[in-house]
Design a protein around this ligand. Structure first.
Ligand code: GLU
Length: 542
């Protein structure tokens, strides 16, 4: 019995790897183009860290005119959650991080290197496992779980490193004939990698984010095909990233310790390993302590949270880029209208200690981003959100022409309004334009004084006044009621007047809107229209 015969015995129907090598040729891309991927396991809801990874990968690929693809890694079928794969696909779509290739539904994909879902690639893994046996780099292992458990206990008691290696790797030393006999007799088995590594030797790896990292070589004969016939993650990574011609693997740093094994697998198989970039987890400042953003403790860790509270996907993405590359913020300031994909993203500039995530900061940035949206865009996105989450807001927005005017107040200007961070803020910021306010907290000027201001204002108010005339009239009202016409004059001699024109316009603002802070009052009055303005004001004078 030789390796080839053993391989044929185990995988009689597997195609030679040349078949797949030809089917998935080297990609014809410009020099320096990065082929990378997002390769999540469908085992739960999408985490903001996953979106971060996908975004950074897409940035790296797009910048180099390379390829970004989505691969669903579902070989651990016990941990799989129904619908998690489509949730991933939908999230990427929602955030407009569209893969060039990959799964587009549970069972369909686009691109020439598919299927991009591991459970659909069983035949391919078998071919490569067969190849590994043929070249003497893999073998069948017949150890039962009881035997493995016994071995583990022995190792633990003797305080030695656990695992299937060296003298512990029992099946490795069976002769090929012994292996064949057991297989023919129907003894169950898995396939293991045959490692030539030595734990006392070091391997040096250059990580694209962390720089030089040194690890002991891998000497474990890890399983490559499990008893269910599916590959382990490590082996699937080898086969998939080889055949999909990945040049850069960008992934979470929980995989950093596996790099010695991964590089070894590529080398032993005779393939070129990709470049590895390990992203540190996103961190959060928790009362002065920096800790990982946690799915359990932090609602903002779930990607769905942003849709629920209505933060626009653009804002989430821009914020993630801010924490990925600190130069992004400056670039954005200078390039307000460019696409994020024009930014010169540098994977090597990502933080090793973990980017700090601050929801308040994201919402602040979001205000600035929404302030640059057109009224139509605010309306459309707000409406889409309201349909799902706030039926009262939807009712307001159903008066489309009027709602557009309301949303258009102080928009499209040099300094647009910045009061909306998320669609769940929208109702509160426009409601007074639809319903008369019920509570009024006049600041300085109260009671009879306020009444006087309002009635003087009503005498002068003319809907057709331009802004300057309107404001001059406000000054006239101030003067008439005994307040300073100009804030400056008032400040120079504050003892001379009980207040100034600003206090007077606050009275009008509060009487009309119930609030002291609103966007431009002149525009508010214009949109409300004369009848409504007079109606609201006359309540105070009657
Ligand atoms: N399926 C792995 C995970 O979800 C991906 C690791 C990789 O990108 O290589 O963590």
């Amino acid at each position: 019995m030789d390796y080839k015969e053993l391989a044929d015995l185990i995988f009689p129907n597997a195609k030679p790897i040349e078949y797949y090598e030809k089917m998935y040729p080297e990609r014809d891309l410009p020099e320096g183009a990065i082929v990378t991927r997002y390769a999540p396991s469908p085992t739960g809801h999408m985490h903001i860290g996953g979106l971060y990874q996908a975004l950074c990968s897409k940035m790296a690929a797009t910048k180099t005119k390379g390829v970004f693809f989505l691969r669903i890694e579902d070989t651990d079928q016990k941990r799989e959650i129904d619908g998690a794969d489509t949730e991933i696909i939908d999230s990427l779509k929602e955030f407009d991080i569209i893969p060039d290739e990959g799964m587009i539904s549970s069972d369909e994909w686009k691109g020439n290197y598919g299927p991009y879902k591991q459970s659909l690639r069983k035949d391919i893994y078998e071919s490569y496992a067969k190849y590994m046996i043929e070249i003497g780099k893999a073998y069948p292992c017949f150890c039962t779980s009881e035997e493995l458990e016994e071995m583990r206990v022995k190792q633990e008691n003797a305080k030695i490193r656990p695992g299937y290696y060296g003298v512990w790797a029992k099946c490795r030393n069976l002769s090929l004939d012994e292996m064949a006999e057991k297989i023919k007799a129907g003894v169950p088995y898995i396939i293991r990698f045959k490692s030539d590594g030595r734990e006392d030797r070091k391997i040096e790896i250059h990580d694209g984010i962390r720089g030089k990292v040194i690890f002991p070589e891998n000497d474990l004969d890890i399983p490559i095909i499990k008893s269910d016939g599916l590959p382990t993650y490590h082996f699937a990574h080898l086969v998939d990233d080889h055949l999909m011609r990945t040049t850069m693997v960008i992934r979470g740093d929980e995989w950093l310790a596996s790099v010695p094994l991964h590089v070894q697998l590529f080398q032993e198989a005779g393939f070129k390993p990709p470049k590895y970039c390990h992203i540190s987890p996103i961190m959060k400042n928790d009362n002065g302590n920096k800790r990982k953003l946690s799915k359990r403790k932090d609602p903002e860790a779930a990607v769905s949270y942003y849709e629920e509270i209505g933060v626009p996907p653009e804002a989430v993405k821009e914020y993630l880029l801010n924490i990925a590359n600190s130069s992004f913020e400056n670039w954005r300031r200078q390039n307000k209208d460019k696409s994020i994909y024009d930014f010169d993203f540098q994977i090597s500039k990502m933080s090793v200690s973990g980017a700090l995530f601050d929801l308040t900061k994201m919402l602040d940035d979001s205000k600035a981003i929404i302030s640059r949206f057109s009224a139509e865009k605010v309306y459309n996105e707000g409406y889409k959100w309201a349909e799902k989450h706030d039926i009262e807001l939807k009712k307001l927005l159903d008066q489309k022409d009027y709602a557009l005017k309301v949303i258009g107040i102080e928009r499209g200007k040099e300094k647009p309004r910045k009061d909306i961070a998320k669609w769940s803020d929208l109702k509160d910021n426009i409601i007074y334009m639809f319903e008369e306010p019920k509570e009024f907290d006049f600041d300085k000027i109260n009671g009879e004084e306020a009444k006087k201001v309002i009635s003087e204002y009503m005498k002068l108010y003319d809907e057709n006044d331009d802004k300057q005339t309107w404001f001059d009239k406000m000054k006239d009202v101030a003067e008439k009621c005994g307040y300073a016409r100009e804030v400056k004059k008032y400040k120079a001699n504050p003892e001379k007047w009980p207040g100034h024109v600003g206090d007077v316009s606050t009275v009008i603002r509060v009487a009309i809107t119930g609030r002291r802070n609103t966007p431009d009052l002149y525009e508010i009055l214009q949109v409300l229209g004369k009848d409504e303005v007079m109606d609201r004001l006359s309540k105070f004078t009657n």
